[in-house]
Design a binder for this molecule. Sequence first.
Ligand SMILES: CC(C)(COP(=O)(O)OP(=O)(O)OC[C@H]1O[C@@H](n2cnc3c(N)ncnc32)[C@H](O)[C@@H]1OP(=O)(O)O)[C@@H](O)C(=O)NCCC(=O)NCCS
Length: 178
Amino acid sequence: MADVLITHTSGLDAAALGAVRDLLDEAFDGDFSDADWDHTVGGMHVLVWSDGLLVAHGSLVQRRLLHGGHALSAGYVEGVAVRAGHRRRGHASAVMDALEGVLRRGGYRLGALGAADEAVPLYTGRGWRPWRGPTSVLAPTGVRRTPEEDGSVFVLPVDAALDLDGELTCDWRPGDVW
Ligand SMILES: CC(C)(COP(=O)(O)OP(=O)(O)OC[C@H]1O[C@@H](n2cnc3c(N)ncnc32)[C@H](O)[C@@H]1OP(=O)(O)O)[C@@H](O)C(=O)NCCC(=O)NCCS
């Protein structure tokens, strides 16, 4: 029987945070950087525990996305991963159910995320929409296109009017900006 915990980063002790980092390092095959970790904390987490083992995680952090002349408050999904050997059992769906609940009740105008290829069916199956227009970042030097990210950004509209063919610009951060 799996237990689903929803908490802010401040509600996780060092052992739980360590378990989350270990899961992400393992699930992303060592391709999970300190900058990725920095992006994953500071918001709401969903942890799925099974028999004392952390089997799934995801988090939601607040970002600003510029679109149509507005700086929209976005709930941005980070660090979604399920332990190998525990996949295709609905754990990622349980994580997304909980994160989307926070997203819809948390005052955000939209949800957004950058999807790994293997996770696209998970998100599209839940109603997340691929952003079709150009993506960019508000860098310290000004707005800069992020063509390498075009096609991998997905959004979940909450109450913002979105033109999916328009430009979507994320706020600046170290590491991967989307
Ligand atoms: C992507 C990932 C999170 C999916 O976790 P999961 O627990 O297996 O997902 P679920 O069991 O909840 O699957 C929900 C649905 O997503 C889709 N899906 C999930 N994994 C899939 C896969 N490998 N291929 C095709 N569809 C898949 C299916 O529609 C699935 O429903 P179904 O099993 O009824 O067909 C997991 O494979 C993972 O941790 N991968 C490595 C890290 C990663 O890429 N994270 C995503 C970052 S954006």
